[in-house]
Design a protein around this ligand. Structure first.
Ligand code: SF4
Ligand code: SF4
Length: 387
C-alpha cells in the first residue's frame, strides 16, 4: 500500500455529520495500525444545501511522505473506494456547477470498491449505476439511508456499520481490532462495537463486470467558447414561458437549462390526475416552478426540475392525490401526465403500485426513538439469521 483514497458521497446537510463521522472513523482506525491519514470535506454545492450531493474524503497512507504526496492534489481525481450513503445517488450526481449528471463511480479506478448503503440488492442498484469499461467491486451496507445527522446527530449506528464493512472488504485500510479500538476511543460505546462487528460478519463484496450496469450515456455538456463570453458578468433573464410542450394550450415556464435539480431528489411526487380538483395549490406553492400546466389544466410535475421537497404533497387538499415516493422506484424522468394521457387505466395501476408498494421504501432512518432500539434490531437480525 502506498496510499488509499476514499470518497464519501452524501446528501448535503442531511448527511453531513454522518459523512464526517465515517471519514474521521476511517482515519482513526488506520492510525491504530500505525498508518497516517487525513479527512477533509468538499462541497458539491457551495454553500452546502439540502439534498445536493457533496463529498468528504479520507486519505490513509503508510507514512507522512506518501500522505503529503496524496494531499498535494486539491481534490482526488481518482479514488480507491467510493462510499455512497444514500442509494439514490447511484442514479448519478450533479456537481456544484452543472456539467451534466455524473456517475457515482466516476472517480473509481479499475479494481476499486463501491460501497452503498441500501435496502436494495446489488442487481437493483446496478440498474442505475453507470457502466464502467473495467471491473470493480461492490459491497452493500444493508439499511435505509440515514438522515439522522441533521442538526443534531441521532444515533442509528450507520457510521460504524460502514466502518465494520470496510474492515472486512477493504482490509488495506484497517482491520477489525483497529476498528474496535477507534470506535471505543471516539464514541466509548460498546453497542456501537457490536453493530460494527455485525456488519463485519455480514459484509460481502462482489465483482462488477464491464458489461454490468446502466448502459445509458452520461449526460453531455458543452462548455462556452471563449468568444461566446461577454464582458463583465451577464445574468440572462429566463423568458416567461410558452404553451404546454410548445403548443397553444396550457403553460410551461422556461427553465434554466444548466440547473437541473433532479439529482437532489430522494423522493418524487406521484400525481393522481383522476382525483385532481385543479385547485392550483401545487403549482402556486412549488418553490421551483416545477409544474407544467396541461391544456386541460392539470398539473404535471416536471421531473428534471423537481428537487423532491414535498411541498406539493403537503398543500394538496385531496387525499392521496399527490404522494411522495422513494426515488429508487423510478427508472427515468418521464412525464407522468403523458403516461396518464396515453392509457389512464394503466397509469392508475402504475400509480397504485408506486404508492402502496414503494411508499414504505421511502422511510429513512432518523435515529433511534428510544434507548435500546438498536439492540432490539440486532437481536431481530440475529433471529432472522438463525431461522
Ligand atoms: S416536490 Fe413538489 S413542490 Fe417540491 S420541487 Fe418537486 S414538484 Fe415542486
Ligand atoms: S394541489 Fe392537488 S388537487 Fe390541487 S391542482 Fe395540484 S394536484 Fe390538483
Amino acid at each position: 500500500m502506498s496510499s488509499v483514497t476514499v470518497e464519501i458521497v452524501y446528501r448535503g446537510i442531511f448527511q453531513k455529520n454522518l459523512a464526517q463521522r465515517i471519514a474521521r472513523g476511517i482515519v482513526l482506525a488506520a492510525r491504530k495500525e500505525g498508518k497516517v491519514g487525513i479527512s477533509f470535506g468538499r462541497y458539491g454545492d457551495s454553500p452546502e444545501r439540502n439534498g445536493i450531493p457533496a463529498k468528504q474524503f479520507a486519505i490513509v497512507a503508510e507514512d507522512d511522505l506518501e500522505l503529503q504526496i496524496s494531499m498535494a492534489r486539491y481534490e482526488p481525481t481518482e479514488v480507491d473506494i467510493s462510499i455512497a450513503v444514500d442509494d439514490t445517488l447511484c442514479k448519478g450526481v450533479e456537481s456544484w456547477a452543472w456539467y451534466g449528471t455524473q456517475p457515482i463511480n466516476k472517480l473509481l479506478h479499475a479494481g476499486g470498491l463501491l460501497l452503498v448503503t441500501s435496502i436494495h440488492a446489488t442487481e437493483t442498484l446496478l440498474q442505475w449505476i453507470h457502466r464502467r469499461p473495467y471491473e470493480y467491486d461492490i459491497a452493500i451496507v444493508k439499511g435505509p439511508a440515514s438522515f439522522s445527522g441533521l442538526w443534531v446527530y441521532r444515533e442509528d449506528h450507520t457510521e460504524v456499520r460502514v466502518l465494520g464493512t470496510l474492515a472486512r472488504v477493504a482490509p488495506q485500510l484497517f482491520g477489525l481490532h483497529a476498528m474496535e479500538q477507534a470506535i471505543l476511543q471516539e464514541w466509548n460505546d460498546n453497542l456501537k462495537v457490536v453493530s460494527a462487528k455485525k456488519a463485519y460478519e455480514r459484509a460481502t463484496a462482489r465483482r462488477v463486470m464491464p458489461e454490468e450496469g446502466n448502459p445509458a450515456p452520461v449526460e453531455e455538456y458543452e462548455k462556452p467558447k471563449y468568444w461566446e463570453m461577454q464582458e463583465g458578468i451577464v445574468v440572462k433573464a429566463i423568458p416567461v414561458g410558452k404553451g404546454f410542450r410548445g403548443g397553444e394550450g396550457g403553460f410551461q415556464p422556461e427553465r434554466n437549462p444548466y440547473f437541473k435539480k433532479f439529482t437532489t431528489r430522494t423522493m418524487r411526487p406521484v400525481v393522481d390526475f383522476d382525483t385532481c380538483v385543479k385547485c392550483t395549490l401545487c403549482w402556486l406553492q412549488c418553490p421551483d416552478s416545477c409544474f407544467d400546466i396541461t391544456p386541460e389544466h392539470l398539473y404535471d410535475a416536471n421531473m428534471e426540475a423537481c428537487c423532491g421537497c414535498g411541498v406539493c404533497e403537503a398543500v394538496c387538499p385531496v387525499e392521496h392525490c399527490i404522494t411522495m415516493v422513494n426515488e429508487t422506484a423510478f427508472p427515468d424522468n418521464a412525464s407522468q401526465y403523458e403516461g396518464w394521457k396515453q392509457d389512464p387505466q394503466a397509469y392508475q395501476a402504475w400509480l397504485q403500485e408506486k404508492i402502496t408498494q414503494e411508499k414504505p421504501v421511502a422511510q429513512r432512518a432518523h435515529g433511534f426513538r428510544y434507548r435500546g432500539q438498536y439492540a432490539e434490531q440486532i437481536a431481530a437480525m440475529q433471529k432472522e439469521e438463525d431461522a
